[in-house]
Design a protein around this ligand. Structure first.
Ligand code: ATP
Length: 679
């Protein structure tokens, strides 16, 4: 703004230039202004500007006053989707049917049965999805809460993100506090399942990840199945594999199972808490086993104690359920424990072994497990090794499985020749097993083959040609030193029973089977007469209570004449059966194969056994001849190789001899000329 001095100076300059006095200039300006104001359009414009200024000032002052009043009487809170608090308020206002008066909806197709507020659905109960009204970005709704408080609720959806805004008409925050608290309690105790969470709520809720490589995975899987957690699921994978976890388990005869689709979220109410369970599928290794999977359990709680309680419940359930089963843990191709398989427990009584063997083994293992304190006291490592050796099919593996069932222990099975198992992974696998279990190393000799056997039976390629030894892959990456190390390690001292089986004890390094590593060695032989008789009696028992009306059944067999065979007659047949077979010539597995073909005919089994023996002997001769032939071929091959090697050597020697001679002749030819040069 120009100062009065400057104005006077400007007027003076104008008067000087125009040659008029400044009063005359002022007069002219006043005249000009009057003429302008006299123009109605200019006057209208000036009035408009004046009025606009007044209205704008009024609006700003009014808004300021409203916000000041609001801040006195309105409490505002917003809830963003993805936050647990959004779910509380959302579920609570759904329950109070706040949106029922809404006039803007999004119509979707859902199962109305699963809705909290059925008023927003046109329920048809015809097995087809219902039309459901979902409040969309709508006008605010007034909620008269508890009949005392007015709450304005609005739903906003911007760029895919939803939020709820609450405005509580109140002087202070107390009403909002009460509202949020009530919504929270309602949500927590509601029988309505919470919506499936796709958000990371690990900051507000407890999330437990159970990895397939860990044993807790099996506990949780088993437990969740027993709780039928997946009953509420909408997405299934249909499986005909009876080993798959899923619905229809109760009825073992069902052909298909509904397996929860992987990466879907299932909900379950557990001891007053909601759980969300997600099954994450692993990847399948070359052997058809899966690994790398997990079960993620999201607990609607933030107390770690609830998770511990859940895990403990799963563990107890698993242990209890496995009383009638034996669990065998297997390794994957990467040297980790993969998912376990369970087998029905085999009764110890079904083992047919020479008198006293079963009792000795069971008593020894029981005594070992019961005397942990003594081992600590005596400073002796609390571990025990058993070596079961002998002919194939004589019951070594069966004994270990039956013993595991009897002692209530799980089996951790390691094959030293399996891919991915080396000294390092072997040590890790053993460290990862729990204390008090059976560690089973089957066919321990396969890992360290003897040299002679190698020479006798070379590996053949697809065309039947022998594979050169340097190209033959080693049977195991585990070294003897590595295995001994692991057997002696502290990890093996946790009350573990180590069982090793072999068909060739003579091929084992004495260091491997010395006491301290293998404390009890039991030989399994081919069936003795006594065992043969017992076996016959096991296949054809006599049961007085069995109903003879419906033909042969367990404990009830008939003779060729149609009369029921008595206990005495069956015993006589058993003796005759044993007498018809040369003792210590066949394994129980071989005889089992024969008897299985005559399940209900004890007399037929006896009648056919002589022919079976003849056929077995014939087969044995053929096998022996084949073996001899391969040995001869291997020997001839070695002779031929040696001859070729010798011939090659002779040729090389002759060539080098010729070379030497040529050189010598060259030297003698050069000599005279050299002498001539000298002269
Ligand atoms: N002593 C036995 N008592 C009862 N059943 C037996 C006995 N021996 C073998 N069998 C039966 O024969 C089959 C094979 O037995 P098992 O696998 O235990 O033999 P193995 O000695 O471990 O053989 P391999 O050395 O080849 O592993 C099983 O079905 C088992 O029921």
């Amino acid at each position: 703004m120009a100062s009065p001095g400057a104005l006077i100076r400007a007027l003076r300059r104008i008067t000087l230039r125009s040659g008029r006095s400044w009063q005359q200039v002022l007069k002219t300006l006043a005249l000009l202004l009057r003429r302008l104001l006299g123009n109605p359009q200019v006057a209208e414009l000036i009035r408009f500007i004046f009025l606009g200024t007044i209205v704008e000032t009024g609006r700003v002052v009014g808004a300021k006053m409203v916000s000041t009043v609001n801040s006195f009487f309105l409490v505002k809170a917003s809830f963003k989707k993805g936050e647990l608090s959004y779910e509380w308020v959302s579920a609570y206002i759904d329950h109070h049917k706040v949106w029922n008066r809404s006039r803007t909806f999004r119509v979707v197709a859902r199962n109305a049965e699963k809705m909290a507020n059925r008023d927003l659905a046109i329920s048809a109960v015809d097995g087809y999805p219902d039309a459901v009204y979902e409040p969309s970005d709508s006008e605010p709704e007034l909620f008269h809460w508890r009949g005392r408080h007015w709450i304005t609720i609005s739903k906003d959806e911007k760029e895919g993100a939803s939020s709820l805004t609450l405005q509580v008409w109140s002087r202070n925050r107390t009403v909002l506090d009460e509202f949020v608290q009530e919504a929270r309690t309602f949500y927590r105790t509601s029988p309505q399942p919470p919506p499936k969470q796709a958000f990371d709520w690990s900051e507000s809720l407890i999330v437990g990840h159970f990895n397939q490589a860990d044993f807790s995975y099996d506990w949780v899987l088993d437990y969740l199945q027993s709780e039928n957690v997946m009953a509420d699921a909408n997405e299934f994978t249909i499986s005909t594999k009876q080993s798959d976890a899923g619905w229809n388990r109760e009825d073992g005869k069902q052909l298909v199972r509904y397996v929860p689709s992987t990466n879907t979220k299932q909900r379950l109410r557990w001891r007053g808490h909601w759980l969300q369970v997600e099954f994450v599928i692993g990847y399948e290794d070359g052997n058809g086993r899966t690994s790398g999977g997990s079960i993620n359990v999201l607990l609607h709680s933030c107390e770690k104690a609830v998770l511990s309680e859940f895990i403990e419940a799963a563990r107890v359930h698993y242990t209890h359920a496995s009383i009638s089963r034996v669990t065998v843990h297997l390794t994957d191709n990467y040297g980790s424990w993969a998912r376990a398989v369970t087998k029905n427990r085999r009764a110890f009584a079904t083992l047919i072994l020479p008198a006293g063997v079963k009792e000795l083994l069971l008593a020894d293992a029981q005594e070992f497990l019961a005397s942990e304190e003594w081992y600590t006291f005596a400073g002796v490592p609390h571990r025990r090794g058993y070596l079961l050796y002998g002919e194939p099919g004589t019951g070594k593996s069966s004994t270990i499985h039956a013993l595991a069932g009897e002692l209530g222990l799980e089996i951790y099975f390691i094959s030293l020749a399996a891919p991915g198992i080396d000294d390092y992974t072997l040590g890790r696998l053993i460290r990862d097993t729990p204390s008090r279990c059976i560690l089973l190393i089957e066919d321990i000799d396969c890992a360290f083959p003897s040299r002679e056997e190698d020479d006798d039976e070379p590996l053949l390629d697809a065309k039947g040609n022998p594979i050169p030894k340097e190209l033959t892959p080693p049977l195991s990456q585990v070294t003897l030193a590595g295995l001994l190390n692991v057997l002696d390690s502290v990890a093996s001292e946790e009350g573990r029973l180590t069982f090793a089986t072999t068909n060739h004890i003579e091929q084992l390094d004495p260091a491997l089977i010395r006491p301290g590593r293998m404390d009890l060695k039991i030989q399994y032989g081919l069936a003795t007469s006594e065992q043969l008789e017992q076996m016959f009696a096991r296949f054809y028992p006599y049961d007085d209570a069995a109903d003879a009306e419906h033909g042969p059944s367990i404990g009830c067999y008939f003779s060729a004449s149609g009369a029921r065979l008595s206990a005495v007659e069956l015993a006589a047949l058993a003796r005759a059966f044993a007498a018809a077979i040369p003792p210590a010539r066949y394994s129980i597995a071989q005889l089992q194969g024969y008897l299985l073909s005559r399940k209900n005919e004890p007399e037929g089994a006896l009648a056919g056994v002589a022919a079976w023996v003849v056929a077995q002997e014939e087969e044995r001769r053929e096998m022996e001849a084949l073996k001899q032939k391969r040995r001869r071929e291997a020997a001839l091959r070695r002779v031929a190789e040696a001859a070729a090697e010798r011939e090659g050597q002779t040729v090389r020697e002759a060539a080098s001899e010729r070379e030497g001679q040529t050189e010598r002749e060259g030297e003698t030819a050069e000599e005279p000329s050299a002498k001539a040069e000298e002269a």
